[in-house]
Write a protein that binds this ligand. Sequence first.
Ligand code: 13P
Length: 287
Amino acid sequence: MAVVSTREIVGRAFHERYGVAAINVVNDVSLAAVLAAAEEMRAPVIVQTSVKTVQQLGLDVLWAMWVEMTRGIKVPVALHLDHCPERELISACLAKGWNSVLFDASKLSVEENRRQCIEVVAEARGYGATVEGEIEGFKRVEEMTGQEVAEEQTLDTAVDFIRATGVDIFAPAIGNAHGMYKTTPTLDSQRVTDIVERTGVPVALHGGTGMTAAQFSDLIARGCAKINISTALKIAYMKSGYDYMSEHPGEYDPPSLFRVQRAAVLEMAKHHIQLFGSSGKAGDQAA
Ligand code: 13P
């Protein structure tokens, strides 16, 4: 199977300046749809699991789904644990075989974050796994004040953190947020350029849902090689289900509903893969 390291997938995208869709799945239907989109588009993809999803489905069940659904897959894929502040869960996912983790200690001081992140990187290396780091945390769009850029750590602090910890991917706050933006966000794209120039480390773009095609291509050109999409999947999944039920009153056939939801998630994932320029990039990474 072509499950490969996240570092390899992101490294090639960074080098060739395209973006890899890193999509948060919520269950078996959405996982199957995202993997199918990657295969249809001949694209690498990163499947992300939130702490909530891991806890809800159970780590063993989620892992079994991943192993079975990626068996024989012909494109490079990796499994990533998104925003996890809990060291125990990080250790459990790494031991099970997750390809990468985002250690989210953004609520701690940068010093304590750095100290613990060094430990996480050492632990991950033992499994050949990849680590993404962050120091600022991301708001949800509902909490945005318009002052996000002012809340960033300094560039020197970010660069010191990346160098000291050895993280493979860094996720800076650039005015982005999780959720659906009410208006197009104003992004500090220069910060991506500065971080990439000073460290050579690929940047993860969070809060991808709702950014414009022009923002994506600008940020990818600057070094955003991993682009996180979560809200768009939730919308595709929920809205298609709601529409289907509205159009078929009194029909209570779950497989019909799941088929529609799978199709909606598949289209959403293909759309973003196309937008990020990773279509056809599976190349010789595929098994
Ligand atoms: P959105 O929910 O805005 O797509 O952001 C996803 C994300 O950054 C997950 O870490």
